[in-house]
Write a protein that binds this ligand. Structure first.
Ligand SMILES: *Cc1c(COP(=O)(O)O)cnc(C)c1O
Length: 405
């Protein structure tokens, strides 16, 4: 067993060796520019891109012409929201999103607010779900787009996207979903689920970093958007720039593997996660599961260990690579905006850790990591006067900390 054990699959995943193998020739002998129409080098690149486009489309039930390759989900999110916002501004400048989106969505919405758009940030349930009813209540005549995350990257909660898609179509609003954590983990079908725009990213599904895509619906309705990158008119004019052929081959192969192995991957991760949670909840008291027990990604477990500081716990488990939630915000000491929106108090939010299990995680690794976590929590709690008081039956909420008796 190699140490440390990687349990941060929501932050990124290793490239599957089969994906790497498919990519390698496109760095060397097949290096052609996919836009070079005048020779065999270019044709080989174009052929590879066409194949990859089919593989990506197939995984999400789209047609290949609906796939626009980008540098990842962040860029796809910017293109979707700014591109649709600009194109449909005359219809209306109202956007519906939620408080539990990824920073890429929240920050893009903040940008659009400065451009005169009005944004409604829906409050989720305590388990992090956005209900169809709250979306219905927020929709207006001038709503141009609804942007909701499919599977939350911090707590794994799944939104009822199919129901929301139906509602949006009835009410004539476009639905964009950030499916970066969902694709490859749960079945996604843009037709069945009524999604108009969707982003995904290769490095979250065993492909390389720096490549992703935006799905843009072409029929019922045909979605139009304003390009955010001007240049050679690549990707049907929606995203100029020489195509990253090795990366595109990589995302294609990664998607093809996910399509074949989705059920097996999910079952594998779910079994490991349940094994982990079973022991954690049996052996430790005062632990809380964040997110939705029922509607949740199979590979994610976000747990608050009361009376333990999350950062201390992360430092305390040397053999385990985990994070407190979003890799993008872990540099700041702010508690997670997702947990806060779910109504988790700052104390518990500061004691939460996200565990992510994946294709290459083994039972042996999970058992070792579980043991380390349990030992570290016990060790840290021994140093906590608060935990000691609770053990003695004192209600910490009733303590007067002011010192004025
Ligand atoms: C990782 C992630 C992103 C950002 O994707 P990049 O491809 O790294 O830009 C956006 N949304 C969610 C839910 C993510 O997990």
């Amino acid at each position: 067993m190699d140490l440390p054990i990687y349990l941060d699959y929501q932050a990124t995943t290793p490239v599957d060796p089969r994906v790497l193998e498919a990519m390698l020739p496109y760095f060397t002998e097949r290096f052609g520019n996919a836009a070079s129409r005048s020779h065999a080098f270019g044709w080989a690149g174009e052929e590879a891109v066409d194949r990859a486009r089919k593989q990506v489309a197939s995984l999400i039930g789209a047609s290949p012409k609906e796939i626009v390759f980008t540098s990842g989900s962040t860029e796809a999110i910017n293109l979707a929201l700014k591109g649709v916002g600009e194109m449909y501004a005359s219809k209306g400048k109202h956007i519906v999103t939620s408080q539990v989106e990824h920073k890429a969505v929240l920050d893009t919405c903040k940008h659009l607010e400065k451009q005169g758009f009005e944004v409604t940030y829906l409050e989720p349930s305590p388990t992090g779900r956005v209900s169809v009813e709250t979306v219905a209540a927020a929709l207006r005549e001038d709503t141009c787009i609804v942007a909701l995350i499919w599977a939350n990257n911090e707590i794994g909660t799944l939104n009822p996207i199919r129901e929301i898609g139906e509602l949006c179509h009835e009410r004539n609003a476009l639905l964009f979903t950030d499916a970066t954590q969902a694709v490859g983990k749960v079945p996604v079908d843009v037709e069945r689920d009524g999604v108009d725009l969707l982003c995904l990213s290769a490095h979250k599904l065993y492909g390389p970093k720096g490549i992703g895509c935006l799905y843009v619906r072409r029929r019922n309705p045909r979605v139009r958007l304003v390009a955010q990158m001007d240049g050679g008119g690549h990707e049907r004019g929606m995203r100029s720039g020489t195509l990253n052929v090795p990366g595109i081959v990589g995302i294609g192969e990664a998607c093809a593997l996910c399509e074949r192995e989705l059920d097996a991957d999910s079952e594998h991760a779910r079994a490991l996660r349940d094994r982990f949670e079973g022991r954690i909840f049996a052996e430790l008291d005062h632990v809380h599961l964040n997110g939705d027990r029922e509607h949740r990604l199979p590979n994610c477990s976000n747990v608050s260990f009361a009376y333990v500081e999350g950062e201390s716990l992360i430092m305390g488990v040397n053999d385990v690579a985990v994070s407190s939630g979003s890799a993008c915000t872990s540099a700041s000491l702010e508690p997670s905006h997702v947990l806060r929106a779910c109504g988790v108090g700052d104390d518990l939010a500061h004691s939460s850790i996200r565990f992510g299990f994946g294709r290459f995680t083994t039972e042996e690794e999970v058992d070792h990591a579980t043991q380390e976590v349990i030992a570290a929590v016990r060790r840290l709690r021994e140093l906590s006067p608060l935990y000691e008081m609770v053990q003695e039956g004192v209600d910490p909420g009733a303590i007067d900390w002011s010192g004025s008796h």
